[in-house]
Write a new protein. Sequence first.
Length: 614
Amino acid sequence: MCGIVAYLGKEEAYPILIKGLHRLEYRGYDSAGVALIDEGDIQVYKCKGKVSELENHVGENSHHGSIGMGHTRWATHGQPNDENAHPHQSNKGNLAIIHNGIIENYATLKEELINRGHTFQSETDTEVLVNLIEDIYRHAKVSLAEAVRISLNEVVGAYAIVVMDRDNPGQLIAAKKSSPLVIGIGEEGDYYIASDATPIVEYTKNVIYLEDEEIAVINRDQELKIMNLQNQKVTPYVQELEMQLEALEKGGYDHFMLKEIYEQPRSIKDCFRGRMNLQKGIIKMQGIDDNKDQWINARRIIIVACGTSWHAGLVAEYMFEDVARIPVEVEYASEFRYRNPIIYPDDIVIAISQSGETADTLAAIELAKKKGAHIFGVCNVVGSTISRATHSGAYTHAGPEIGVASTKAFTAQITVLSLIALSVAQMRETISNERLYRLMAEINSLPDKVAQVLESNDQIESISEIYKDVANALYLGRGNNFPVALEGALKLKEISYIHAEGYPAAEMKHGPIALIDENMPVFVIATQDESYEKVVSNIQEVKARKGKVIAIVTYGDEQVKKLADYTIEIPKTDSLLVPLVAVIPFQLLSYHIALMRGCNVDQPRNLAKSVTVE
Ligand code: AGP
């Protein structure tokens, strides 16, 4: 979805806005724009393409002013072009707006405004909103903040907006509903507004996360005021940011995705640091301990998530059912919320989200909440909407994930979910101490094992060279490696644009095997576990149809080595934790293949890091 940023203070706004847009570009990158108030006029610069193209577009034109706003877009209404790029101005040109979200009833509002003489340059819902605000501002003779409040009471949908008035260059109005918005309070009375904290952290650590249906009135050198849509005053809640600036840099890697793949030994360790005491055999998860009875008496666990987080949920299903003996259902959040699901008050709903802003997952949470379930969140972004919408939760501490293709968040999610499952198993006495200690020791060894697999990067790069021009690919796995096959296929699809499918290995005979010929690479997870022999037979079935097999095997495996075209070895790991290690080669394969195909691995086409609209 889009990234929005705004500034009001003593400094030149333009450089702050441009740097902020670069930080937010992973949220959407099909067009960008800025607006500044300078000498009583609004200067708007916007164009199709990335922020770097916007900078070229602005070039030497004057871009002064200590108040301004910026936007990087992921198109929802109206194709990516100069007209539909943000910011948008009202008909009279006195108001400018940036918006992240979707105004669902914009067509009705637009019709009414056209009947009232308004005209439109773009196809966007956002231009409708700024003209609605202008219409009320002019006819109702109210303050800008009040015009915004009245307008938003007519709006149906999701929004994070910032509005400014040419005739009042000392004020910004910001508001949010569903889409994220954070306000940074600078030392010198400067204000920074953005979709997340990444554009703010280098200027201040003091932030306010606006809640749904709140409006912030920000005046130069004055205390900011917050009210809600019912015009009630709200006391601002200032929090301290934990994020570090250097975490937002590439740290010497060519791409954020590669950096984040190589950060996994550290990010997995940060997940269990302070949560696992090997000596005492204790797992300490505050969110679990605070709701012990809920977990001990839970009838069922329902996991809701999207994309890679959904795959982590599928892996967790095996762990929870095996060690905690609780039935688990893993649901696509987007389907779950429209299916009228049966939810009991003694169900626990685990919502998994890296960004903590995914609209489908948020909507699934709201539905389950209404039905009385206890909602436990597993999020990576501190202070995100989902982390504040759940009853309890656990952060994954993977650090900011900038690459659109999720990597370290996936292994961090599985690590945290494994700790939760073991902690609940200990509470429900469904696991022997011997097995608990062994699994805790295995988790403790994961950072080293992942580091070992990363040493195979060169071999994986050379295998990528061989398959970089394929049109299709199949990924196969059994048991909790099936979700890893799905994840491997998703990684290849989303950054190299090669069509790929993940399947349970046994399911192949029921159809997909028809796709196999000498042009079809088949990536198989064939690690030493109870289904090994079955996977070997599946590999023979593929080879019998001249398919090319690239197998992930356990160190020292000789049998599959004789069958497969290529094998990538990984350290022996408890079968419940293999997914954390087996996924690494698939992450690197997709990275190298995408790079060799000249794709933008950090900002793949048509995608965005967090999907804040349904
Ligand atoms: C994964 O690489 C994608 N970026 C996407 O599938 C992502 O996992 C999905 O949008 C869910 O995002 P979330 O974890 O932030 O909720």
